[in-house]
Ligand binder design. Structure first.
Ligand SMILES: Cc1ncc(COP(=O)(O)O)c(C=O)c1O
Length: 376
């Protein structure tokens, strides 16, 4: 497959395009996931200090040793998975780079990757740029998985399944039983798993379980997460992947020659982020829960039909009672009401025209103003 074929047909990110439209129309931006929960002072100060202390050059390409060690502890204590910080953890420029490096490192031309739709926008381009073939299975409206449909996606070309829990955009938190079903599928068919656990700290109902902590999954799983959402530092570009050495080696090669390293001062500050007390996480979840309930109640008052998410900070709303499709409605909302949201179809290979995604990670006064504008 040629380079141009790999990017042919890819469109620009719709979510990031909605941000540009929000700026152009002076609209409140409920499209891209900018977390407005305040960044902890200790963490901000650590970044400034790191710069002033001249931590301004490349770090070791796999990431600062102290950060990898601290992450290894966190993965053990919070995620219940053990990784060697020397060989099995790599700090990347955000989880986005981890996803891309994983695909470029592990996918061969024609390999199939099972993706749950609706999906986080970056997945499909990452698979396609690696010359792989995305194959889709749909999370049902009641958040259940269609086991038969998933089994039917598997064939001799299936290389990998890509999971995201808590899930963007539905807020689904995968249960232990569901993860065990995925385990059986992977083990029976010799499939690798990549799990994007970006929202692991934002869970309202249920509990976050890491796929790699399920029996027989550690050896076949790449675990991805990052600092953007949990510590409100999306601009810092610090994420990571963790995997057994044989899976990590090719990922590290891609990382080495693409980004060299994640920004050094922010890696230093990320060490401080991992030292925040447990109260920090509880307060953050309480804050987002309040925002979730507020937006849900307000959207329920108008003709939109929201679904209450169990995790992350997005809410899907149905347009069934509205005489517009997702593109028309998001266009109308940003231009006429001054509120930017994301068309549902951007999360699907096919479908999603009857829904839109609201992000509720913004400040309460912005959410309140946005809801007033919509309800008016
Ligand atoms: C599910 C998911 N994974 C990964 C990312 C990207 O995170 P990062 O900022 O670490 O690249 C996002 C960002 O919105 C996301 O929603």
């Amino acid at each position: 497959m040629s380079g141009s074929e790999r990017v042919e047909g890819l469109t620009e990110s719709v979510i990031r395009e909605m941000t540009r439209k929000a700026i152009k129309n002076d609209a409140i931006n409920l499209s891209q996931g900018y977390p407005e929960y305040p960044t902890a002072e200790k963490v901000r100060k650590a970044a400034v200090e790191a710069i002033n202390e001249d931590e301004n050059q490349y770090s070791i390409t796999w990431g600062k040793q102290e950060l990898r060690e601290k992450l290894s502890e966190k993965l053990k204590n919070f995620n219940n998975i053990e990784y060697d910080p020397e060989m099995e953890i790599t700090i990347t420029c955000g989880a986005s780079e981890s996803i891309m490096s994983t695909m470029l490192g592990l996918i061969d031309s024609g390999d199939e990757v099972i993706i749950f739709q609706p999906f986080y926008e970056n997945y499909v381009p990452s698979v396609r740029m690696a010359s792989g073939k995305p194959v889709f299975t749909t999370i049902q409206n009641d958040m259940s998985l269609d086991h038969e449909e998933i089994k039917n996606t598997v064939n001799e070309n299936t290389k990998m399944i890509l999971l995201n829990t808590p899930h963007n955009p539905t807020g689904k938190v995968f249960s232990k039983e569901e993860l065990e079903f995925i385990r059986d599928l992977c083990v029976d068919n010799d499939i690798l798993a990549v799990t994007d656990e970006m929202y692991e700290h934002i869970v309202f109902e249920g509990e976050h379980i890491s796929l790699a902590s399920i029996d027989d999954m550690w050896e076949r799983t790449v675990t991805i997460s990052g600092f953007s959402k949990a510590y409100s530092v999306t601009g810092w570009r610090v994420g990571y992947s963790a995997a057994p050495k044989d899976l990590m080696n090719p990922i590290r090669k891609v990382h080495d020659y693409t980004t060299v390293c994640s920004p050094t001062p922010f890696q230093k500050a990320a060490v401080q982020a991992l030292s925040l007390p447990t109260d920090y996480y509880q307060d953050m979840v309480d804050y987002y829960r309040k925002a979730r309930d507020f937006v849900y109640d307000k959207l329920s008052e108008c003709d939109l039909e929201p679904s209450l998410p169990n995790g992350a900070y997005y809410m899907m709303a149905s347009l069934d009672n509205i005489d517009m499709d997702d593109i028309e409605y998001t266009d109308y909302l940003v231009k006429e009401k001054g509120v930017a949201v994301v068309p549902g179809s951007s999360f699907f290979e096919h479908g999603g025209e009857d829904m839109v995604r609201f992000c509720f990670s913004q400040k309460m006064e912005d959410l309140s103003e946005a809801m007033d504008r919509i309800l008016k």
